[in-house]
Design a binder for this molecule. Structure first.
Ligand code: FES
Length: 62
């Protein structure tokens, strides 16, 4: 498991999500999204690298 990132597993894999959707990957290593922010969930699309904006917080002016 990558801290703050995906869970890496050996592929190829076939994953069934609770809603019955099946995702297949033929890669040798498959990154499963652990942050639930991926646009390709259950696969990681690196969205976990994007900082989360918290409501009511503003970016600091430089
Ligand atoms: S772990 Fe990478 S997008 Fe969720």
């Amino acid at each position: 498991m990558v801290p703050g990132g995906p869970i890496l597993i050996d592929g190829p894999v076939e994953i069934e999500t609770p809603d019955g959707r099946v995702t297949r990957s033929d890669r040798f290593v498959v990154a499963l999204c652990a942050c639930h922010r991926s646009g390709q969930y259950p696969l990681c699309d690196t969205t976990h690298r994007t900082p989360v904006r918290l409501p009511g917080r503003r970016r600091r002016a430089d």
